[in-house]
Design a protein around this ligand. Structure first.
Ligand SMILES: Cc1cc2nc3c(=O)[nH]c(=O)nc-3n(C[C@H](O)[C@H](O)[C@H](O)COP(=O)(O)OP(=O)(O)OC[C@H]3O[C@@H](n4cnc5c(N)ncnc54)[C@H](O)[C@@H]3O)c2cc1C
Length: 397
């Protein structure tokens, strides 16, 4: 029998992790395809390039010893099991792991002035290494503390606001929600973050941007109440959308084993749209969770190739960490669902529950306590014995 060929598309957190898991298996041949002209890098570290002095080579992502191809996959033919590449080549496979991550949500094309302001470099997402280098160049070119407007309410918006504020820049933080971050960390943590933002940066919560105009030398950002905000740069931190090659239009639906429904086709990381009994429909776009999903998809592929045990269903247990105004905002697992507070002395810890299970935990300055929950999530019975703490109250997540 010929050695089965596993193709992994995407050289980010999930793809590299899948390749790492398979690299030591002698019974499979592995090819890792990463975008043309992209030297694989650790996406979450581009902040240090945009706002710090990190050299790009320092965030290169180490990859395992497998066959590598620098080419972009334009289309997958799941029936013939072939990947079509931008170079015109085709690559056959026996099993496929799609790990193509996500793309940034941008301003709508219809928003007046958006296209021109993007073209003039006055509006930028912070998602790729080229974005980070462009932002760094713009801040350096100003040669003075900048006025930076940030549009978005999640983790990247919060961290960016904090980093720029600490570096002496003036920050204008715009978010559609009156409690930005509630979707990312749950309402209790987000409510505390609102107060932290309001005491340090200019906040425009509960507002959207209705137009942007490139001005000399910056940008005028007009809010939905017609207020014009003048800034040197508008950074977009509006979250991400899953990005997969055709025939998938957006994300790739997967079941609890990260199987796509097509035999021996799997997806992992930011591109994967999960549907399972325990959590319903969910998507997590964090580094450690993408790593865990990539590893899991590789193990399921080995099992389906009769080369390994069934690893069971995938359930998110990975941690994330953001440093915001000197505080550690941490989470583990699925940080959605109904919330209840745990009283743990000086620490602020929130459990996220679905049914009778704790599915995620978030906290402020409670790194150790939150991390301890990872292995205990999804256990089926809500307990609060980690801190031996009473349940203080509940609220919508
Ligand atoms: C500014 C920023 C800060 C962040 N900070 C944190 C943080 O502090 N903590 C945290 O947990 N997460 C953070 N994240 C999120 C984290 O980086 C992502 O969740 C993680 O990278 C997702 O991994 P992935 O493998 O799914 O996708 P990626 O790491 O994005 O990898 C996808 C890869 O696929 C390649 N690719 C895409 N399409 C194709 C194609 N058609 N053909 C070939 N290759 C393709 C891409 O070039 C890329 O290399 C941050 C993200 C950003 C943008």
């Amino acid at each position: 029998m010929t050695t089965p060929h596993v193709l992994i598309v995407g050289t980010g957190a999930a793809g590299a992790a899948a390749a790492r898991r398979l690299a030591t298996e002698r019974e499979v041949r592995v090819t890792l395809v990463g975008d043309t002209e992209v030297t694989p890098y650790t996406r979450m570290l581009i902040k240090g390039i945009a706002f710090g002095s990190t050299p790009p080579e320092l965030i290169a992502l180490p990859l395992p010893e497998v066959d590598r191809l620098a080419d972009s996959v334009t289309r997958i033919d799941p029936v013939d099991r072939e990947a079509h590449l931008a170079s015109g080549a085709r690559l056959g496979y026996d099993a496929l792991v799609i790990a193509t991550g996500s793309r940034p949500r941008l301003l709508p094309d219809t928003l007046p002035g958006a296209q021109t302001a993007m073209e003039h470099g006055r509006v930028s997402p912070l998602h790729s290494l080229p974005d980070a280098l462009r932002i760094r160049a713009r801040l350096a070119w100003l040669g003075r503390p900048a006025r930076v407007a940030i549009y978005g309410g999640g983790i990247i918006a919060a961290e960016t606001a904090s980093t720029l504020h600490d570096a002496g820049h003036t920050v204008l933080l715009i978010a559609r929600s009156t409690v930005p971050g509630a979707a990312a960390f749950g309402a209790p943590v987000a409510e505390r973050l609102v107060a932290a933002h309001q005491s340090r940066v200019h906040t425009y919560f509960g507002h959207t941007v209705s137009r942007v105009d490139a001005a000399d030398p910056g940008v005028v950002v007009t809010l939905d109440d017609d207020r014009p905000l003048i800034a040197d740069l508008l950074l977009l931190a509006l979250g991400t959308l899953p990005a997969a090659p055709a025939p998938w239009a957006g994300g790739v639906d997967v079941d609890e084993h990260l199987r796509t429904g097509l035999p021996r086709h799997y997806a992992a990381g930011g591109v994967a749209l999960h549907h399972d009994e325990a959590l319903g429909a969910w998507r997590i776009d964090h580094w450690e969770d993408a790593v865990a999903q990539g590893t899991h998809a590789a193990r399921v592929a080995l099992h389906d190739l009769d080369l390994g045990d069934d690893p069971g269903p995938y359930l998110p247990r990975s941690p994330f960490l953001a440093l915001v105004y000197g505080h550690a905002i941490t989470g583990v697992g699925a940080t959605v669902g109904a919330t209840s507070l745990l009283e743990t002395g000086d620490e602020f810890v929130v459990r996220h529950e679905r049914g009778d299970s704790v599915i995620g935990v978030t906290g402020i300055d409670a790194v150790g306590t939150v991390a301890q929950w990872g292995p205990r999530l999804h256990a089926g019975t809500v307990t609060c014995d980690i801190a031996q703490a009473p349940l203080l109250g509940g609220g919508g997540g």
